[in-house]
Design a protein around this ligand. Structure first.
Ligand code: ADP
Ligand code: MG
Length: 697
């Protein structure tokens, strides 16, 4: 029933069905049920016509007293209604031939919309519902809280504007709602006052109040959350109990050689982070760990230790970074320090096709101990012989699907995700089924805190002078601009323009180079290589260098138009310097007149170097929603209805319930197999009741 095609709905033929599928992914009547409104408008406030004034948004009901096509050359239809207090006209400019047929004098109708005045009170293209005398009013377009639906131009042109969706959804609700089965027992719903599924599906479209709409959304969200947590609980219990406990012995000879050959001593925090990781790898259950530490705290070397320990189990490792430049840097760094102990390979989008194919083969045959790369690692073709450790650097840069895709390459591999940004608990619970957290709080001892200074543009020549001084001492500098090229839309300096200027006019004796995201991969690589090698003095760039880049001899970073960058972004940029023993500087330049928010951001940055303080400030200034990687990068939300930040209570509750139910299962192996055979991704978006039912039964 629920999987009846939408053509089962009166008024939807094959052509419209095709459009609905193509434009909105709607195929079955169930899809329509779950096509929830993007927002609601309140049209429940009825008024007497005499009390309507221009610009009021109202609903009025009355009897049609006239319906005439009017205007020179019969331009519009005027439908006049009266409610005994006054008259009002509904005016239609389009669809006249249709409307003239349906509005007949004497019928009762409700109009909703904004009041205009042109010779008399009117509403242009009102939403309307007819009222059958005698029957109970069941209006869907007027006189209540009205759902608005996402639509597209194509959909609208074939009748699927909000009004069209309302009509179709209403038909489906009336006919199919009784076929929707409840999957969650009432005693689970009750503590959070979640409505039953039928009630929720009705109310999410046609709520009586905004509270009811919210409760309905929460119920749909709970379906997703609960299913997801159920999956996670199931897999945890299965892993614990099915004798698949890992027997782990680490041959740590190579690891010890690596530690003793390090060019510096590890900080205490790095040491204990490695201990945590070692315990995780040695434990019978897969590790699930977040390594959190401010920019420059030395996370990479900890990751390297993790790789060597995992290699000591004769397992492969995968290390994913968000940009090609960063992947290349990690590759070179690993090559330099542990290249003689382990076999490693680089795999990025820029790797030529033929090489890629060869790489796939040798990774699958176990020839390499470590694969470092970008998103290229999650391509379907990449298969590991025996993946034991997954590392994700700058984890917040990845979308939900990407993280889980890499996770899927090694079922009981250990997971280490790294970030300078603390991860919200709700995200940790949903994405990873809970992460253990290890923090690196201290910086390497040899470090001097970066000195941050802010200047107005008018002081640029002074900045040039000090830059020159440090360059002459052999230091290198980053020079960051918000744009690649000049644009006629905004009045900002661009990287190309500044590059020309610095190179020819300001520092003609220096080696100035350009780096930005639109350059070809090999050109980017070659510039970065020369910058690493000290063959470039000033690197003029955009934010392509924002994450992770590590060139200790670069001690100055100048950011022009600092007012254009976010707090976290500026902190990341600043983190490019202060990585060696020399005093480093971060110079922020902005026009003389900037907004208050921008100037607070810049002041915050000048006043503290502490990443945690800055993350908190950032959250305050931006509002919580934006921090979550999934939304920020648009890599598909995890869930259709649940909001990872807003619904934290539901997530925790769903987890408790799921744990409890899973603990009661007798035949855990069988249930788990059922899950797995259905190939349910833990991140399956928008889990529907129907699917839940077939899994849980
Ligand atoms: P992040 O935590 O930002 O990823 P990196 O791992 O890139 O930091 O490390 C920053 C720099 O600090 C690198 O050049 C690295 O070699 C160096 N480093 C790491 N640990 C130490 C240490 N214990 N003592 C001195 N330098 C270190
Ligand atoms: Mg890093």
């Amino acid at each position: 029933m629920l999987d009846d095609p939408v053509t089962a709905v009166k008024g939807i033929g094959p052509k419209k069905a095709q459009l609905l599928r193509q434009e909105a992914g709607i195929e079955s009547v169930e899809d329509l049920l779950y096509y929830v409104p993007r927002k609601y408008v309140d049209r429940s406030s009825f008024k007497l016509i005499k009390d309507c004034f221009v610009n009021d948004v109202v609903s009025v009901s009355g009897t049609i007293s006239a319906a005439v096509v009017a205007g020179r050359r019969k331009k519009y239809l005027e439908v006049e209604i009266t409610d005994g207090t006054d008259t009002l006209a509904g005016v239609f400019f389009a669809g006249i031939r249709y409307f003239v047929k349906i509005f007949t004098v004497g019928e009762s109708v409700i109009f909703s919309g904004k009041i205009n005045f042109y010779k008399k009170k009117q509403i242009v293209h009102p939403d309307f519902d007819f009222i059958d005398e005698g029957s109970t009013v069941q209006s869907i377009n007027t006189g209540r809280i009205i759902p608005l639906y996402r639509s597209t131009e194509l959909l609208k042109s074939s009748g699927f504007d909000s009004r069209g969706f309302r009509r179709a959804v209403k038909i489906v609700l009336d006919r199919y709602l009784t076929h929707v089965e409840e999957t969650i027992p009432p005693e689970v719903l009750k503590p959070h006052s979640l409505p039953g599924i039928r009630e929720a599906l009705y109310a999410v479209h046609f709520p009586d109040s905004f509270e009811q709409a919210d409760a309905a959304r929460k119920r749909l969200a709970f379906n997703e959350i609960f299913f997801h947590q159920y999956y996670l609980s199931l897999s945890r219990r299965y892993a614990r109990e099915t004798g698949r406990k890992r027997q782990i012995t680490i041959d740590d000879a190579v690891y010890r050689r690596f530690i003793s050959s390090l060019p510096f001593t590890l900080t205490a925090d790095q040491g204990s982070a490695i201990d945590d990781i070692r315990n995780g790898i040695e434990s019978p259950y897969p590790m699930n760990r977040l390594l959190q530490g401010d920019v420059g705290s030395g996370k990479t070397i900890v990751a390297m230790a993790a790789v060597l320990l995992s290699c000591g189990r004769r397992k492969q490792s995968a290390f994913m970074a968000p940009t090609e430049i960063l992947a290349l840097q990690h590759y070179s760094y690993f090559k330099k320090i542990v290249g003689s102990y382990i076999r490693l390979i680089l795999l990025t989008g820029g790797t030529p096709r033929a090489e890629k194919i060869k790489a796939y083969e040798s990774i699958a045959s176990g020839e390499f101990d470590l694969v470092i790369g970008t998103h290229a690692l999650i391509q379907e073709e990449v298969r590991f012989k025996d993946l034991g450790l997954i590392i994700i650097d700058e984890q917040h840069r990845f979308g939900v699907e990407q993280r889980s895709a890499l996770r899927g390459k090694g079922e009981d591999a250990d997971l280490l995700v790294m970030s300078a940004t603390p991860i919200p608990r709700s995200l940790s619970l949903t994405l990873y089924g809970d992460l253990n957290v290890t923090s690196i709080r201290s910086m390497p001892l040899n470090r001097l805190p970066v000195k941050t200074m802010a200047f107005p543009e008018s002081r640029l020549s002074g900045v040039y002078n000090s830059l020159e001084k440090y360059l002459s001492q052999g230091r290198q500098a980053y020079y960051v601009l918000p744009l690649i090229e000049d644009s006629d839309k905004v009045d900002l300096k661009s990287a190309i323009q500044v590059y020309e200027d610095l190179k020819t006019r300001v520092f003609p004796g220096c080696r100035v180079e350009l780096l930005h995201g639109r350059m070809k991969q090999e050109d980017k690589d070659s510039v970065m290589k020369r910058f690493y090698g000290g063959d470039i003095d000033i690197l003029v760039c955009t934010t392509v260098i924002e994450v992770g880049i590590d060139v200790p001899n670069a001690t100055i970073i100048v950011v022009e138009h600092a007012e254009r960058f976010g707090l976290a972004q500026l902190h990341q940029l600043r983190g490019r310097v202060g990585r060696g023993t020399e005093q480093s500087f971060c110079i922020l330049i902005s026009p003389d007149d900037i907004s208050d928010e921008s100037s607070i951001r810049i002041k915050t940055l000048v006043s503290t170097n502490d990443g945690f303080t800055i993350a908190e400030e950032d959250l305050k200034q931006r509002g919580a929603g934006e921090l979550i990687g999934t939304k920020q990068h648009g890599h598909g939300a995890t869930f259709e209805f649940a909001d990872l930040l807003l619904d934290i209570d539901l997530i925790l509750y769903g987890r408790d319930v799921a744990e409890r139910l899973v603990a009661e299962i007798q035949n855990i192996a069988e249930i788990w197999e059922r899950f797995k055979n259905k190939k349910y991704s833990p991140l399956l978006a928008g889990i529907r009741n129907k699917k839940l039912l077939s899994i849980l039964s």
